[in-house]
Write a protein that binds this ligand. Structure first.
Ligand code: NAI
Length: 550
């Protein structure tokens, strides 16, 4: 039910309303409690009191940004506890389970308003601060060439670069916070404590949630496995950045909007908060005290309030989800398909954004895919999908979906979009199916009639994996401002990002990266290394990328 779309640009630290002001102090409306256990018997009066206290404040929706725009989600496959409504095929039944839809939101008792939602601010994505060395890739670059032939190398042979795998991204590491608020300090102390046992915290959290609130189980997928840590990760990510109001608000608004498709309602939030704190208090017992609990209550109240408000505002102007009929299915390689779908109602989005997608075969299991085209006059949407081992959704989309099948789409999200107020060039790195949003960006620039230079480096493992090279080369032929350079690992002597160093200078360019996490990491490193400032580098969230694609 909570979707963690941790973006690069998300959470750093700042301060504004740090939760320490207002009438929502530590002992105010939340009474510290005993350590909970996943037992129904523990739902005593104390719990009921706590639950009421944690209920977020309902507030009229005003001043929200357009759906899906400028959101930080920018994440490909992200942590998201996928609590979703039913599959299209089971729509009548599931509609009952997921009653939010487009109904007016339900009123929630107003108690305290500990937090004022600031207006979202425009921002750019920033890279994650620290990356590990990359996986080995031996790409090769050369001039654009027609068809699937091997590109010409652009550099001499070099030894293969020794590499390490990126470290797993579990609970986000605390961001540096020179002036952290007292609440932020307490929250980070908790996270440092629970980080090493994140798996246990997650299991315990869901045990609590489903034992105490069995009605919420139907909002989650039947099999929780790959998605089980998403809710907790989302909450911890948000809590960790509780000081950075503008970024946090944007992140949470996006999260709140995205949760409409799961059937999340305001009254679900206290239950989640209660179980979150129950889990944290158990696994951070060595440092847990009243102050720490109060800090978490304030943080969670803020988090849930922003999400609820954003969902309510979104409800006034957009459906919780769209049905979309598959109108074409083009198997480009044995494991990559290009799908085109027709949404049942207009679907506004921006080139460079992505959506969440659910197939009829795996109800409530959602995966993120970028739009592979800029918005079209016929309203059709296209996606590039690679079937990955054990990937339920990707395999269904590649090997099972056929024209006539009905999918569901969540709202658009992501801020890897073109800034049309400048005429900077675009330096685009697309790896594998990561070329999809890059193609959309190129089309977007073309449609705006701009003459800004666009340089696309398209990486693939083999020349056969350059499944969309013909399209890209056709675009290049039509647009003199566009250069497309395939980079094939198989014949390569340099990694894709290193190839980019061979060209340039890039000081007048904004950079866009899309592809596997290792490519994003090394790409951001390389681009910053050659002097492109981080605020000119955009990409989807690494967390989502790590979890994506299945
Ligand atoms: N389908 C979609 O709409 C989108 C997918 N993505 C992500 O793109 C990825 C695509 O996967 P595949 O097609 O299997 O790509 P892949 O794993 O075959 O990699 C494609 C290319 O990226 C480069 N690359 C890979 N790892 C690298 C590293 N560590 N350092 C430098 N360069 C590296 C190489 O040139 C490689 O050939 C997935 O992770 C997916 O989540 C991202 C955006 C959109």
């Amino acid at each position: 039910m909570f979707e963690a779309r941790h973006t690069m640009d998300a959470p750093t630290t700042a301060s504004a309303d740090n939760g320490t002001s207002g009438g929502n102090g530590g002992g105010g409306w939340f009474t510290p409690r005993k350590e909970p256990a996943p037992s129904g018997e523990e739902q005593g009066a104390g719990d009921g009191r706590r639950l009421a206290a944690m209920r977020p404040v309902g507030r009229p929706a005003t001043g929200q940004q357009a759906p899906g725009q400028g959101t930080p989600e920018q994440e490909r496959i992200s942590p998201a506890v996928e609590a979703a409504p039913p599959s299209p095929q089971a729509a009548p039944t599931h509609r009952e389970v997921a009653p939010t839809g487009t109904r007016p939101r339900e009123a929630v008792p107003t108690e305290t308003r500990p937090y004022q939602t600031p207006q979202p601010e425009a921002r750019r994505r920033e890279p994650e601060p620290a990356y590990n060395p990359h996986e080995a890739v031996r790409p090769q670059s050369g001039p654009a060439h027609p068809g699937h032939g091997s590109p010409q190398p652009v550099a001499g042979q070099e030894p293969r670069v020794p590499v390490q795998r990126p470290a797993p991204e579990s609970v986000p590491a605390p961001a540096p916070a020179p002036e952290a608020s007292p609440d932020a300090v307490l929250i980070r102390r908790t996270m440092a404590e629970v980080g090493p046992v994140a798996d246990k915290v997650t299991s315990y959290f869901y045990a609590l949630l489903f034992v105490r609130h069995p009605d919420l189980r139907s909002l989650f997928p039947a099999a929780m496995d790959t998605q089980r840590d998403r809710l907790l990760k989302a909450l911890l990510t948000a809590a960790e950045h509780i000081d950075n109001t503008p970024v946090l608000v944007e992140y949470l608004q996006n999260l709140g909007r995205g949760h409409r498709k799961y059937g999340t309602r305001p009254e679900h939030y206290p239950a989640v908060g209660e179980c979150l704190i129950g889990s944290l208090s158990r696994y951070a017992s060595a440092v847990w005290d009243h102050e720490m609990e109060a800090a978490w209550v304030r943080a969670y109240t803020t988090i849930s309030q922003v999400m609820i408000d954003a969902a309510a505002a979104d409800e006034l102007r957009a459906p919780a989800w769209w049905y979309a009929e598959v109108v074409s299915h083009d198997l480009r390689t044995p494991d990559i398909a290009v799908l085109t779908v027709r949404p049942d109602q207009p679907y506004p989005f921006l080139a460079g954004q992505y959506t969440s997608l659910e197939t009829p075969w795996w109800p409530r299991v959602w995966r993120h895919y970028s739009f592979a085209s800029a918005p079209r006059s016929d309203g059709l949407l296209s996606f590039h999908v690679k079937a990955v081992p054990a990937g339920w959704v990707s395999n269904a989309l590649v090997h099972r979906a056929r024209p006539g099948d009905i999918l569901r789409l969540g709202p658009p999200a992501g801020s890897m979009t073109v800034d049309h107020s400048t005429d900077s060039g675009l330096l685009c790195l697309g790896g594998g199916t990561g070329i999809a949003p890059i193609k959309a960006l190129v089309e977007d620039v073309a449609e705006h009639g701009e003459r800004r230079p666009v340089e696309v480096f398209y990486g693939a493992r083999t020349d056969h994996d350059l499944y969309d090279i013909d399209t890209m080369l056709r675009l290049q032929q039509s647009h003199p401002w566009l250069a497309v350079r395939p980079v094939v690992d198989q014949q390569a002597h340099l990694q894709l990002p290193d190839v980019v160093r061979e060209y340039g200078p890039w000081n007048e360019y904004d950079a866009y990266l899309s592809g596997p996490p290792g490519m994003i990491r090394s790409g951001v490193d390389a681009l910053m290394d050659i002097g492109i400032p981080s605020d000119r580098i955009r990409h989807d969230s690494l967390e989502e990328l790590v979890a994506a694609g299945d």
